[in-house]
Design a protein around this ligand. Structure first.
Ligand code: C5P
Length: 297
């Protein structure tokens, strides 16, 4: 039997404004969009899945992926377990659960891989059920779990349940307003292989002079622009903080901009850099100009 399997996409923050912290978190306003780079998460059922005494375990070829309770998959699983009370649960949701993760999204890269895996864990719980059939109470339950797990998880949950690809995210990231993009630009992802710690970046952000805010751009309108007109409008307020902590990344960005002849931005708290193209073939062609691992996603 093929195990229930869900693709967990990466995201980029096409545009990211960050405001001074409130209650330990920074309010933000960001255009989130998925990119075609995926982890794949399966739930092992039957005897293989049940042969574990612990509540949740993860099989993954990537040794850098934390196992057990440090992993957002197990935290999502534990949250589901804690909130399951309805009768008629499927048998494999009552027994210990074993997940298999194919990891392709680099961690510490600002691509939301761990958060997307967590949302995929929640989606696996509804595997085979039509999302439209999800009762409002269940949706609210999943939304609350997602927000508790991390600021990026609600966006990925919206992708899993509603097919959201693009959204304006506010609050600390958990308020998700999906929109349909006018164009789907090709994204050139530049993956420097550097692990950036998000809390350290926000701490540095607080130490640096405040940046000016720019009102409330209409991202749906922006998404209709050709890449070369859109790119100069884009900001990421965390860039200065990340580059202060990792000067080599700032240098790499400058070098990539020069080699590509167009703006290059950072996603999230880094380290992944990106640029946008109207034509995926052009994006694929320019990879040869860069000395750092790059893909079109
Ligand atoms: O929510 P998440 O676990 O992704 O956040 C990781 C850390 O990043 C938080 O503990 C917080 O220090 C910082 N953060 C923030 N403001 C946000 C999102 C995250 O300060 N909007």
């Amino acid at each position: 039997m093929i195990p229930p399997t869900v693709n967990a996409p990466a995201k980029i923050n096409v545009h990211l404004r960050v405001f001074p912290p409130e209650n330990g978190f920074h309010p933000l306003r960001s255009w989130f969009r998925t990119v075609d780079l995926f982890d794949t998460l399966s739930l092992e059922t039957g005897r293989r899945g049940a042969a574990h005494t612990r509540g949740c375990s993860i099989a993954c070829d990537d040794p850098t992926v934390p196992r057990g309770d440090d992993n957002l998959i197990c935290r999502a699983d534990a949250a589901l377990r804690g909130s399951e009370s309805e009768p008629g649960e499927l048998d494999h949701w009552k027994s210990p659960r074993r997940y298999r993760l194919v990891k392709r999204i680099p961690s510490g890269g600002g691509l939301g891989g761990g958060s997307s895996d967590a949302a995929a864990t929640l989606a696996l719980r509804e595997f085979g059920n039509p999302p439209l059939g999800l009762a409002d109470a269940s949706r609210a339950r999943y939304a609350a779990i997602a927000a508790e797990l991390g600021s990026d998880v609600p966006f990925f949950l919206s992708h899993q349940f509603d097919g959201t690809t693009d959204a304006t995210c506010t609050g600390r990231g958990e308020i998700v307003e999906p929109f349909t993009p006018g164009r789907r630009h090709a994204v050139l992802l530049i993956l420097p292989g550097l692990h950036v710690a998000t809390p350290a970046v926000f701490k540095k952000f607080d130490e640096l002079p405040a940046t000016m805010t720019d009102g409330q751009p209409d991202f749906a309108a922006w998404s209709m622009l050709p890449a070369i007109e859109l790119l100069p409008l884009l900001r990421n307020d965390l860039e200065a903080a990340t580059f202060a902590l990792h000067p080599s990344l700032g240098e790499l960005r400058a070098e990539c901009e020069q080699r590509l002849g167009r703006p290059v931005r950072m996603t999230g708290s880094g380290s992944t850099l990106f640029s946008l193209y109207d034509d995926p073939a052009e994006a694929a062609e320019v990879i040869s100009r860069l000395d750092v691992r790059s893909i079109v996603g």
